[in-house]
Design a protein around this ligand. Structure first.
Ligand code: SAH
Ligand code: SF4
Ligand code: F3S
Length: 445
């Protein structure tokens, strides 16, 4: 096989996969390859896969079958991400055209794997090496106005439905200095917003320059002082790791945005126990009450699973009650998908698909109603919008409100600037606004 000169990375799944995709692209660029705008134009295609639900995992096989270059030949194919980790050698068996299989903790070795694949061999690397990939990857490049930064990876929680502890490995926090340095590099490269990522990001812990042990709030407070950075977000959090300091930070740290993604999965404490979530419906509501006390306008977002084994109509109604009590600005809801190797896949009382469908519809109807109401409640408000890109209509720009809503506004403000906008309209997915105060508050770097 020829030496690939161009590549295309396609990421599925969560934001961490998007981040990993960026880092793989940077790594390949550092090797002299250039980015192709589409898979059909690339010599090397990296499918950065997700294993969380069956549909996501199966998608990769149909994608592999379709990969062809414009001249009809097939590119070198690498399967990366969580399917690679979970299914490893099985991928090569099911899809012989795959040249490289590389897991989420081994992708810094991609150049060696490409070299091996060129020799005609199939290259598989699903190690979870002691030396972290982060020490080996090239420095960050420009990533746009809003950038992701992985600070914590892996999960020790072992929810009974979930593959992540197996695909990402044990919980690891990246060191303080590495995170601060990467944040600086991102801001130097043009980022105005940084979203700190982790499977359980609020479990992050590390020693600062003085050797003091700090939690995620310590990191957030330090980034708050970074000149040029306008906004800080973090995701995904676990309810049990919402410590006092982090809650307080929501009331005290100016750049920390009023948005909290805090998955709960179910409103039934009985089901939460079977899920091994190690929190109850009550303790979850208690955390939210404490956050809302220090930051009353905070937007709450969540994840839900319907149809977990043994979920009765009464359990499901507890979920609806919880949703009614919380009032979500935004939420993601899924039908339970049995995953190979997880305890819940072998549980009795699997819920029939039609029951799951019906529950998902009811839940999503309620959640959609809440997020529309949340958006509508911003009409008439004056708020700050971080401009991220140009909109579809001429003269229109697209940005984000502090509550993570997309805002369309007619302005000549530059990408990366924060402007004052009066919100005049609201739909299910975005807001419309008019410029409130010109000129925009240019961001000094
Ligand atoms: N670490 C994060 C979530 C990672 S997975 C957390 O604990 O919140 C993202 C979401 O996918 C989960 O919150 C859950 O709602 C959903 N999910 C995970 N496994 C699933 C499964 N087997 N079936 C359906 N949804 C699942
Ligand atoms: Fe999966 Fe639970 Fe870990 Fe989240 S906390 S990644 S849902 S095992
Ligand atoms: Fe999917 Fe892996 Fe993320 S399974 S959700 S890509 S951690």
């Amino acid at each position: 096989m020829e030496n690939p000169r161009t590549f295309h990375v396609k990421s599925f799944g969560c934001q961490m996969n998007v981040y990993d995709g960026e880092r793989m692209a940077e790594l390949l660029q550092a090797q002299g390859l250039s980015a192709a705008p589409a898979g059909s134009e690339a010599d090397l295609v990296v499918l950065n896969t997700c294993h969380i639900r069956e549909k996501a995992a199966e998608k990769v096989y149909s994608d592999i079958g379709r990969l062809r270059r414009e001249d009809g030949t097939r590119p070198m194919i690498a399967v990366a991400g969580c399917v690679a980790q979970a299914e490893g050698a099985e991928i090569s068996r099911r899809a012989p055209s795959v040249d490289i299989v590389v897991g989420p903790q081994a992708y810094h070795r991609l150049p060696e794997l490409v070299a091996r694949a060129r020799e005609g061999g199939r290259a598989l690397d699903t190690d979870m090496p002691v030396q972290s990939k982060f020490g080996v990857l090239p420095p960050r490049r420009r990533q746009g106005t809003s950038a992701f930064l992985t600070v914590q990876e892996g999960c020790d929680k072992f929810c009974t439905y979930c593959v992540v502890p197996y695909t990402r490995g044990a919980e690891v926090s990246r060191p303080w200095a590495a995170v601060v340095e990467e944040a600086r590099a991102l801001v130097d490269g043009g980022a105005r917003e940084i979203t700190l990522l982790g499977q359980n990001v609020n479990a992050w812990e590390g020693e600062d320059e003085t050797g003091a042990v700090r939690g995620l709030d310590g990191l957030i407070r330090t980034l708050d002082a970074l000149p040029g950075l306008e906004r800080i977000r973090y995701t995904t959090s676990h309810p049990n790791d919402m410590r006092e300091g982090l809650i307080r930070a929501h009331g005290e740290v100016g750049k920390l945005m009023p948005y909290l993604h805090l998955p709960v999965q179910s409103g039934s404490s009985r089901i939460l126990k079977a899920m091994n979530r190690s929190h109850t419906a009550e303790s979850y509501l208690d955390v939210l009450a404490r956050v809302r006390e220090v930051r009353p306008d905070i937007a709450i977002s969540g994840d839900f699973i319907v149809g977990f084994p043994g979920e009765t109509e009464a359990d499901f109604e507890d979920t609806l009650k919880m949703v009614a009590a919380v009032n979500y600005a935004q939420a993601y809801s899924f039908k339970y998908s049995p995953r190979p190797g997880t305890p819940a896949a072998d549980m009795e009382d699997q819920v029939p698909p039609d029951v799951m469908d019906e529950r998902l519809q009811r839940l999503q109807a309620l959640l959609a109603e809440q997020s529309l109401a949340f958006n509508r409640a911003t009409i008439g408000k004056r708020t700050q919008v971080l401009i991220e890109r140009s909109g579809r209509k001429p003269g229109q720009m697209l940005g984000k409100s502090p509550w993570l809503q997309s805002v369309h506004v007619e302005t000549d403000a530059a990408i990366g600037s924060v402007i004052e906008v009066d919100i005049v309209s609201a739909g299910p997915n975005s807001l419309g606004g008019t410029i409130a105060a010109a000129p925009p508050t240019a961001v000094a770097a």
